[in-house]
Design a binder for this molecule. Structure first.
Ligand code: PMP
Length: 359
């Protein structure tokens, strides 16, 4: 068996020790005689898996008792409409800072449920940066500001979070658990699991309890934060296997030393890649250096006619999923927690050799 270095943006590489453990536990979880996939979500064994995962996630992110942690389905995309339904009335507005494709998708979806008010956007510079906070138009009467803390396609990331008089909502799909954050800066954080958390099918929602009493009556029960919290995220059958695997990822992170330790590794991985791109006349980064993502590293070959050869030859040496999103072209290396430093070194070696050959 030969595993490749997988730079996929999501679903993405999972830590190998996690996959090994899942493999070992596959046929007979904890002497239950069955796989976690085959268990009732109401069984003692699964309820224990679920609550341990929640406790470990709370521990990793230092989430206080004033927040609910929900394990839902529907992806981050379902949250684009779930949070307006839970938090505001149709006549209210939510402010948005638009920094790329995922911000735009969130804005479009929110517009169906209330006013989505764009207070700042970097569209004019091709979404290559976070708009300066001083330029945000804070005059609206909205209580909430939504950001996408890491734009997976554009590779643009908030390095610090704004401190506002409004309640901050963040789509952290492509960066949650990659660094330590202060949960108390946010009213609501949501993330699809399939990058740093676990397999697709699970969505994490971390929401301040006091925000959960205003859901519109028509809010689907499965997306009603208060109702799901009341039911321990088991109002209906939850994505049990993804939840279990996320739990294994949380244990792996704790064993690594928690989020401070993983942040250090992630910063080193990203820095090495950006340094090499910066130092070369052959490659180029489209992102303002102040906001370059540690998770998704888009880069271009200055001679785009070499793109296909780059991807083909990378594939031949086991470096896969490096093609940039179809909307922006070029390359993108997604280097989530599950992508080991060795993958980045292998990519750097390949980039150097490719440049020597064609540069
Ligand atoms: N937000 C961001 C930042 C994402 O990267 C993605 C998925 N790539 C989404 C939202 C949508 O997530 P899902 O496919 O889980 O709905």
């Amino acid at each position: 068996m030969e595993r490749v270095y997988n730079f996929s943006a999501g679903p993405a590489a999972l830590p190998e020790p996690v996959l090994e453990r899942a493999k070992a536990e596959m046929l007979d979880y904890g002497s239950s005689g069955m796989s976690v996939m085959e268990m009732s979500h109401r069984s003692n064994a699964f309820v224990e898996i679920a609550s341990r995962a929640e406790a470990n996630l709370r521990n990793l992110l230092k989430i206080g008792e004033d927040y609910y942690v929900l394990f839902l389905q529907g992806g981050a995309t379902a949250q684009f409409s779930a949070f307006p339904m839970n938090l505001v009335s149709p006549e209210d507005s939510i402010d948005y800072v638009s920094t790329g494709s995922w911000s735009q998708k969130a804005i479009a979806e929110c517009s169906k449920y209330c006013h989505a008010n764009v207070i700042a956007s970097s569209i004019e510079t091709g979404f290559d940066r976070i708009p300066e906070e001083d330029d945000w138009n804070m005059d609206s009467n909205s209580q909430f500001v939504h950001i996408c803390s890491n734009e997976t396609i554009g590779g643009v990331q908030f390095k610090e979070f704004p401190s506002l008089d409004k309640i901050l909502i963040a789509d952290m799909s492509s960066e949650l658990l990659s660094r330590q954050i202060n949960i108390n800066d946010f009213g609501l954080i949501y993330a699809g699991a399939q990058k740093n958390i676990g397999p697709a099918g699970l969505t994490i929602v971390i929401v301040r309890k006091d925000l959960c009493s205003k859901a519109r009556p028509e809010t689907p029960a499965v997306f009603n934060y208060g109702a799901q919290a009341e039911a321990d995220s088991m109002l209906n059958t939850p994505p049990t296997y993804s939840w279990y695997l996320a739990g294994l990822v949380f244990e792996w992170l704790l064993e690594l030393g928690g989020l401070d330790a993983v942040e250090k590794i992630n910063n080193e991985k990203a820095q090495k890649l950006y340094d090499a791109i910066q130092a070369s006349d052959f490659y180029d980064s489209p992102v303002d250096p102040r906001y370059r993502s540690t998770m998704n590293v888009p880069f271009k070959l200055k001679d785009e006619s070499l793109d296909d050869a780059f991807l083909k030859e990378a594939e031949q040496v086991g470096l896969t999923n490096l093609k940039g999103h179809r909307s922006v072209g070029g390359m993108r290396a997604s280097i989530y927690n599950g992508v080991p430093p060795g993958a980045v070194y292998a990519l750097l070696d390949f980039m150097k050799e490719f440049e020597a050959k064609y540069g």
